[in-house]
Design a protein around this ligand. Sequence first.
Ligand code: NAD
Length: 379
Amino acid sequence: MIGAGVGAALLPSIARGQTPPAKGSVGFAIVGLGKLSLGQLVPGFRNCKKAYLAALVSGSEEKANRVAAEQKLPSRAIYNYADFDRIVADPGIEVVYIVLPNFMHAEYTIRALKAGKHVLCEKPMATTIEDGQRMIAAAKAANRHLMIAYRCHYEPMNLVGMRLLRSGKLGKPRIVVTDMGRQSDLSDPSDAWRLDMKKSGGGALTDMGVYGVNGARYLLNEEPTEVQAWSRTDRNDPRFKEVEDLYAWQFRFPSGAIANGSTSFSYAGTMSWHVMCENGKMTADPGCFYGGNRLTVTGNGVETPQITEIDQFAREMDWMADVVRGRAPMVSTAEEGVQDMRLMEAIMESAAKGGATVATNFGFRRPVDPAAVVDVPAA
Ligand code: NAD
């Protein structure tokens, strides 16, 4: 997985266990012990100040027992998918973090909300817009928070980039370019479901392309009004029996800015973005890795800022804890998740029509700009 190699070097290993949670911190149950959970999230709790790992939900008893022992969790904190709903009886679990394949997000989010828990759900929010809307309705009915895990909203380099654009020092942004993709591997179970249309909702586009769709929007802090897109897929490649491989798209924004994006499951790993402004430019390459992101700024006498690297997953989980405690506003809202799903559906529709223009003014406006509220650690 892109970023894993870079991030792994920067994050501690899983073996040391957690320190006892600070008073008032928020207990999380992690649902799904796959690559992201084991590689980043479970270890990430060690870097959290306000969130702690309270429970595990897994279909594998052996894996759950091993991780629980490493994290010094009691056996009563282990759940499986069948008895998951008994989390209702554990007041120590305040947030359920859904880290399952995309097609399972809606079911487990709704079950957690019905159990009275707040939910942090991985991107993409769901595999259909209808499921995304059902998740929002369930959160409203339960009067609980539902946040989508858009980690770049909490990552210092992306925040610095957003702030620099908002400052106007480089002039108006004219062109944004986002390229987010990697080589997929059908023999890896973690990729097998990503190459299944029903389970992923859209292959590379919903897995990696979503970072570019979301990224163009947070960089420009506006919403696109139309899109044109194209796809290219080699149907002789066994990976692409169902999903499309490469998409390229162009979003047009009310300010006059244009965002060109691409995604693929058959090109070399990249998560980069570039912004060309009237008087300068910014390159973030890598721009959305787990660690090691690099920003270069040129033009108008603006120097490339020094940025302090942090564990962005820990930061995101701490932010969710603050939202639950009423100490921070919700930034990556569920409505934002649906907006990206609508935009990705528009990309698929345009590509299916050979690049026809598809209107994308869905009436969504981001209530909170991450650049305005999420602080950046001092360099
Ligand atoms: P993964 O395949 O490695 O893990 C998924 C887990 O779900 C596995 O433990 C698997 O055993 C379990 N599972 C339960 N039922 C399953 C079923 N029917 N089919 C397949 N697996 C099943 O995936 P991952 O890479 O950990 O991704 C999980 C989620 O996290 C996805 O939604 C993905 O988009 C998201 N993700 C986000 C980031 C990020 O940077 N925010 C990075 C990676 C993944």
